[in-house]
Design a binder for this molecule. Structure first.
Ligand SMILES: Cc1cc2nc3c(=O)[nH]c(=O)nc-3n(C[C@H](O)[C@H](O)[C@H](O)COP(=O)(O)O)c2cc1C
Length: 169
């Protein structure tokens, strides 16, 4: 059952990657809410260039992890979502990123942890997932309930004054 959700700013500011998951299934209705957040993302010219491949089967999650160089956490995820894009428009990767972040923030507010995963062996992953020729894999995201209390160390981000330029560079 879904209970109170955190406010939007708290959700955005506190999102950290989770790579250690409980052996606990995320219910289908929660998965659908997460996927809906991705589907509802805006995109350039409203092209919605994405498709989402949901992988829940434990054996397939183990096999999927083989296609990334840093993808151990996929093995223990409750589910993974692979985002594919049409890839014939330069803004497609940006749009996929918007869908990905929407899903990860929705998951976070529903108590589900997540971490993006690069599938370095894209060709291997394409074949494994039977992705059509005209689509490319943008990113995979591993999802699951976090194991234990998340470590809250110093947030490793550049300070705003280092990245913010006003009026001109
Ligand atoms: C496009 C993208 C690909 C990523 N690929 C991986 C990956 O293959 N394996 C992994 O462990 N983390 C991956 N990450 C997670 C980053 O390492 C993480 O976002 C960054 O280190 C910040 O982590 P933090 O929020 O815990 O500070 C990826 C993140 C992005 C945005």
């Amino acid at each position: 059952m879904i209970t109170a959700m955190m406010d939007a700013l708290k959700c955005i500011y506190s999102k950290r990657e989770v790579r250690d998951f409980l052996d606990k299934e995320v219910p289908e209705d929660v998965i659908i809410r997460i996927l809906e957040a991705g589907r509802l993302a805006g995109s350039a010219k409203n092209r919605q260039p994405w498709d989402f491949i949901l992988v829940k089967d434990r054996q397939r999650l183990r096999e999927l992890s083989r296609f990334g160089n840093h993808a151990e956490h996929v093995k223990k995820a409750s589910f993974a979502v692979v985002i594919t894009v049409r890839g014939d428009y330069f803004q497609d990767p940006f749009d996929a990123g918007r869908a990905a972040q929407n899903m990860m923030l929705a998951a976070h507010t529903l108590g589900v942890g997540s971490c993006p995963v690069t599938l370095h062996d894209e060709e291997g992953a394409r074949s494994f997932l039977e992705v059509p020729e005209d689509r490319r894999i943008q990113v995979c995201i591993a999802f699951g309930y976090p194991r234990g209390v998340e470590r809250r160390g110093k947030v490793r981000r550049k300070p705003l004054e280092e990245v913010l330029h006003r009026e001109r560079w």
